[in-house]
Ligand binder design. Structure first.
Ligand SMILES: Cc1ncc(COP(=O)(O)O)c(C=O)c1O
Length: 396
């Protein structure tokens, strides 16, 4: 049966491969007690704000919640998003022309390239980076240009590596700080440098910012902090991480009017926004649970610190992440000496211990040699994972 080349370019995806491994996992005798500890997804165990869930539950009974939701009906959500932007960044945005509801920021990253690029257009991506950033370029039949991030440079994007002639051909660059998977907050100066390049070379800057509230050290960069954002870019924010609403698929884009208009036009063919019931929950979270992200940060900080100590005691090197939710671990020396890849270490570790991590290579070739661990269980369970990982390491 005919299947498009662009779908074959997407491959199986790191999360799908892990899912397969997790389903196949069964603790081997005599270790039947080693139940799965899944640290492979940034899907939190922490609860969303009750005001958000209550608002959704009440709105579910409204007939309008069952109806298709056209763009006009998303206005209350867009107004709440615009008000949050003003409180958060002191920037006034027009909810009609500069804000758009997304069904998760992942959806926005996958669709924006289709709204901006023509087939073959070159677009810059960070390597490693979030898989939908590359996937979105494949869907648009664009040409990815990978910008490697390196540990020795603190994961700073070295824009100067690309010659001016290459910048002149670029049509889009996709960035995201705080950065998944390297767990690095990043600096506003990095984003400011990207804006300068975008303006100089007429490149659209897409800044994917679902972790804006989850910096543990430093201040999360934001495109909206730059006075010229309207001239070059679009920024995506999400309810998934800051308010633990990932399963409800709620996010929004704020950006230059032509980009918002083009994305809205594209999405008009694809979806009918999100149910009004779920939008009611998002509005409640944005307006009535402003303290939620700060509470989460303290939980993640404790998890980061306690797990790092436990892993170091177990012989694993743990670079200190500056943002919440993830650790980004280099492969242990014993695994590297055996020539194991990040994918084979994840498979071995899961089979031997029941601990599931994500292979760094799933985030691009630059992620090879690394493993991502998501802090999505209580401290005691994370410490149990560290004990098992230490035992496995000692057995190598
Ligand atoms: C960089 C990045 N972008 C987007 C997403 C997806 O977020 P959402 O739930 O808003 O689609 C994630 C999720 O882990 C992410 O790390």
């Amino acid at each position: 049966m005919p299947i498009s080349e662009r779908v074959s370019l997407l491959g199986s995806g790191v999360f799908a491969r892990n899912d397969h491994r997790k389903l196949a996992y069964a603790p081997a005798p005599p270790d039947e007690t080693l139940g799965l500890i899944d640290l492979s997804l940034g899907s939190t165990d922490l609860p969303p704000p009750p005001v958000a869930v209550d608002a959704m539950a009440r709105a579910l009974a409204e007939p309008a919640s069952a109806a298709y939701c056209l763009h006009g009906a998303t206005r209350p959500f867009r107004e709440a998003a615009a008000a949050w932007v003003e409180r958060r960044f002191g920037v006034e945005v027009d909810p009609d022309r500069e804000v758009l509801l997304l069904i998760g920021s992942q959806e926005g990253t996958a669709h924006l390239p289709l709204a901006v690029l023509n087939p073959g257009d070159p677009a810059l991506l960070l390597d490693p980076g979030y898989p939908s950033h590359l996937g979105g370029l494949h869907l648009a039949s664009a040409t990815p240009v990978l910008l490697p991030l390196e540990a020795e440079h603190g994961w700073r994007p070295a824009f100067e590596r690309l010659p001016a002639s290459a910048w002149d051909t670029l049509k889009l660059m996709v960035l995201g700080f705080p950065h998944n998977p390297t767990a690095t907050t990043g600096e506003q100066a990095w984003l400011d440098a990207a804006v300068a390049r975008a303006l100089d070379h007429d490149v659209v800057l897409l800044h994917d910012n679902p972790y804006v509230d989850l910096a543990l050290e430093g201040t999360a960069p934001a495109l909206l902090r730059h006075s010229d954002w309207r001239r070059c870019g679009i920024e995506l924010f999400s309810l998934s991480k800051s308010w633990c609403l990932g399963g409800y698929r709620l996010a929004f884009a704020v950006g230059a009017e032509p980009l918002i208009t083009a994305l809205r036009q594209l999405k008009g063919i694809i979806d009918f926004n999100q149910s009004l019931a779920l939008q009611a929950g998002a509005i409640a979270a944005l307006e009535r649970a402003p303290q939620w992200p700060a509470q989460l940060r303290e939980v993640y900080r404790q998890r980061r610190d306690r797990l790092s100590l436990a892993l170091e005691a177990a012989g694993w090197t743990v670079p200190r992440p500056s943002m919440a939710l993830y650790l980004w671990l280099p492969l242990p020396a014993a695994a590297r000496q055996r020539g194991w890849s990040s994918e084979s270490v994840c498979a071995e570790l899961l089979t031997a211990t029941g601990v599931c991590l994500t292979p760094g290579v799933g985030f691009g070739p630059g992620g090879e040699g690394w493993l991502r661990l998501a802090l999505v269980h209580p401290v005691e369970r994370l410490e149990e994972a560290a004990t098992r990982m230490g035992r496995w390491l000692a057995s190598l």
